[in-house]
Design a protein around this ligand. Structure first.
Ligand code: AMP
Length: 282
C-alpha cells in the first residue's frame, strides 16, 4: 500500500491509471476505522483494480461548535487496517493541501440539504459536497462507495453526481452494526459504558416504528411522537435533535406514510451525536 498526501500527485497517478484502463474505486472517510468503513472497502475492492481510500477530516463540513478538533484519529492503526483490507492507496492530505487559504468555490445541493442533518448543521452538506467533488476530481474513480448510515449524504451525493454529470458510479452500502444493534461510528468512542448500553435503543425504536407502520399507522406525527417518548424513556438524559420521516430519494418530509419511507433520527447521547435510520417499505 502506498500513502499519498499530495492531491496533485494522486491526480497525476490516477489520470495515468485511467488511461491504462484500470478501474479505480474510492472510499472517502474521515478515518478512525471501524467495521463500517472496512466493509465499504471490501465492497469496493471486489469491483476495482485500484482501491483508493481517502482519510481526511474535512474542516468545511464542521460547524463552529462541533467536534473538528476532538475528532478521534489513529493513523498507524488505520494504515494497518487499510492494508489488511487490500487498499492500494491511502490518501491522507493535510488541510492546507486540500484547501487554499483563499478557497472560495463551493458545491451546494440545497434541496437535499434542507431537512434532517442539513437543518441542524447548516454548513455541513456544503462542506461534504465540495470535498467529495474535490476527491472525485483528484482520484478520478469509476466507482465510489458510501454508507447508508449517512443516508442523506448518500442521496445528496447521488443527486450531485447526476446534476453535474460526474462520471462515477455512486453505491450505497448497508449499515454495519455492533451485535447490540448500535450503528458503528467513529463517534461511539465518546460514549461512556452506561451510554453505550442504552444507545442500541436508537435502532430498537426505529424497528418499533416499522412495526407500527406494518400495523397500519400512517400518521407521521403520531409515529414521531411515539418514538420520541420511547427514546425519552429508554435513553435517559438524551436529547433528540430530530426524528423525521422522509422520502428516501429526495429527503422531502412525508405527510403520510403510505409509500417507501425513511425514518431518520439524530440523538445527542452524552458527548456523542448519534444518527441512525431505517427504510420502511409500505
Ligand atoms: P466517516 O468516516 O464517518 O465520514 O464515514 C466514511 C464512510 O463510512 C461514509 O460513507 C459513511 O456513511 C460510512 N459509514 C460510517 N459508519 C458506517 C456504518 N456503521 N455502516 C456502514 N457505513 C458506515
Amino acid at each position: 500500500m502506498e500513502t499519498i498526501n499530495n492531491p496533485q500527485e494522486l491526480q497525476n497517478l490516477c489520470l495515468m491509471l485511467r488511461s491504462d484502463g484500470k478501474k479505480i474505486g474510492l472510499v472517502p472517510t474521515m478515518g478512525y476505522f471501524h467495521e463500517g468503513h472496512l466493509s465499504l472497502m471490501d465492497a469496493a475492492r471486489k469491483q476495482c483494480d485500484v482501491l483508493i481510500v481517502s482519510l481526511f477530516v474535512n474542516p468545511t463540513q464542521f460547524g463552529e461548535n462541533e467536534d473538528l478538533d476532538a475528532y478521534p484519529h489513529d493513523l498507524e492503526r488505520d494504515s494497518r487496517l487499510a492494508e489488511e483490507h487490500g487498499v492500494d492507496i491511502l490518501f491522507t492530505p493535510a488541510r492546507d493541501d486540500m484547501y487554499f487559504e483563499d478557497h472560495c468555490t463551493w458545491v451546494e445541493v440545497p434541496d437535499l440539504a434542507a431537512n434532517l442533518c442539513g437543518k441542524s448543521r447548516p454548513v455541513h452538506f456544503r462542506g461534504v459536497a465540495t470535498v467529495v467533488t474535490k476527491l472525485f476530481m483528484t482520484a478520478q474513480p469509476h466507482i465510489a462507495v458510501f454508507g447508508q448510515k449517512d443516508w442523506q449524504q448518500l442521496a445528496l451525493i447521488k443527486r450531485m453526481v447526476r446534476d453535474l454529470n460526474i462520471p462515477v458510479n455512486v453505491q450505497g452500502h448497508e449499515i454495519v452494526r455492533e451485535e447490540s444493534g448500535l450503528a458503528m461510528s467513529s463517534r461511539n468512542v465518546y460514549l461512556t459504558a452506561e451510554e453505550k448500553s442504552v444507545a442500541p435503543n436508537l435502532q430498537k425504536g426505529l424497528k418499533k416504528m416499522r412495526d407500527q407502520v406494518a400495523g397500519g399507522e400512517t400518521d407521521p406525527a403520531k409515529l414521531k411522537a411515539d418514538l420520541a417518548d420511547f427514546y425519552a424513556e429508554s435513553i435517559p438524559g438524551c436529547s433528540v435533535d430530530y426524528i423525521e420521516i422522509v422520502d428516501p430519494e429526495n429527503i422531502n418530509i412525508l405527510k403520510k406514510v403510505d409509500e417507501s419511507a425513511l425514518c431518520a433520527v439524530a440523538v445527542q447521547v452524552g458527548k456523542a451525536r448519534l444518527i441512525d435510520n431505517l427504510l420502511i417499505k409500505v
